[in-house]
Ligand binder design. Structure first.
Ligand SMILES: Cc1cc2nc3c(=O)[nH]c(=O)nc-3n(C[C@H](O)[C@H](O)[C@H](O)COP(=O)(O)O)c2cc1C
Length: 348
């Protein structure tokens, strides 16, 4: 029903992407999302400046695995020559494409002139793409917003210039930077970009399930959709979208036990790559997401927010599942959309 699409030589099949999300889209989440059915995944935004100054942590965060491909490394920065340098490193690390962040509205990033601030310095934004494009053989793409603030209509001509400078695809989070995550994403802007840009457009903003994915593809004509918040603690969403886009019956919702098992598996994978305590601390919010909306989720959340070891999390999970076994049918998950608690801290 909905075909795969290409970004240069990269095939995105099915046409649904895991959004870059800082603090979340580490290697385990990318692998689990790909396995569940995402057609492409992205690292969180990584600093070109950090790389230039030899940040070991930034380099580590560029570690990719074969099983997650196709994968994009997302970079942010302000200096075209450092962006070129960082793009080269990303390609060496095995990135299938390099994505330049022009959407992050977090003050810490914007005040340096990077992220969404680039929408206000269009010549520099164009130079960033040109520099990266000249430095690598893989496609260079851009993720942007619909301007800095309401009424800003410069973003669309800028998007066209970015394509002329070499961007092989554009992802549009259909909100302004000033909106952060408030209000609804304005999908009509995605349709407007589709009409103007002679490259694939990936639509983004408020896709919370297979129905919304289909609606966005149909209403905007975009080549693919990108899912962020709704994929937190919910890799199954990609299987549901994939099946629906292929005209098949979507798999059933995961059971509480499957959710718990996936949360633990995710944590164990992360703890295998990071020091255990650090892994648990960093993964606390994501662990909470996995069981969100289920009875007992509040206690689970309170527990994981204090946990410091994998064993503790396993204990909390066993307790949760013992209680879940006593539920009456129908006492299932109530909300499919993660709460807003992480949306203000996030990038994008
Ligand atoms: C916690 C969090 C972190 C984010 N980090 C990034 C990021 O590193 N790079 C980026 O381009 N967008 C980032 N975003 C924005 C998402 O990629 C996406 O554009 C946004 O969440 C809208 O999509 P959604 O409605 O499907 O969540 C982040 C969003 C959240 C919630």
């Amino acid at each position: 029903m909905f075909d795969p699409f290409h970004i240069g030589p990269v095939v995105v099949d099915p046409p649904v992407a895991l959004a870059p999300m800082s603090g979340y889209t580490t290697l385990p989440m990318r692998l689990l999302s790909r396995r569940a059915g995402a057609g492409i995944v992205y690292t969180e935004l990584l600093s070109a400046t950090g790389l230039h100054y030899g940040s070991r942590r930034t380099r580590e965060m560029m570690t990719l695995a074969e099983g997650e491909r196709p994968v994009g490394i997302q970079l942010f920065g302000t200096k075209p020559e450092w962006m070129a340098e960082a793009a080269r490193v990303a390609e060496e690390q095995g990135a299938d494409l390099v994505d330049i962040n022009m959407g992050c509205a977090v003050p810490k990033v914007m005040k340096t002139g990077a992220g969404a601030a680039l929408l206000g310095t269009p010549d520099r934004a164009v130079e960033m793409v040109r520099a990266a494009r000249g430095a690598v053989g893989c496609p260079v793409t851009v993720k942007m917003r619909t301007g800095l603030r309401e009424g800003d209509d410069e973003w669309l001509p800028l998007a066209v210039r970015l394509v002329e400078a070499g961007a092989a695809a554009v992802t549009l989070h259909a909100r302004t930077a000033a909106q952060h995550y408030t209000g609804n994403a304005d999908w009509a802007q995605i349709a407007a970009l589709v009409r103007e840009a002679p490259v694939p457009v990936i639509g983004n903003g408020d896709v919370d399930g297979a129905g919304a994915a289909v609606r966005m593809l149909e209403e905007t004509g975009c080549a693919g959709v990108m899912i962020g918040r709704a994929a937190l603690g919910n890799p199954w969403i990609f299987g549901q979208v994939r099946a629906t886009l292929r005209g098949k019956t979507p798999p059933p919702e995961p059971t509480p036990a499957e959710r718990g098992a996936m949360a633990l598996c995710h944590l164990q994978r992360y703890a295998a790559q990071e020091e255990e305590r650090r892994a648990v601390l960093e993964m606390r919010p994501l662990l909470a997401h996995y069981l969100q909306g289920l009875p007992g989720a509040k206690r689970w959340r309170a527990g994981v927010m204090k946990a410091t070891s994998v064993a503790e999390v396993r204990g909390l999970l066993e307790e949760f599942l013992r209680e879940a076994a006593a539920w009456r049918p129908g006492e299932e998950r109530t909300s499919s959309f993660p709460d807003e608690s992480h949306t203000t801290a996030g990038g994008g």
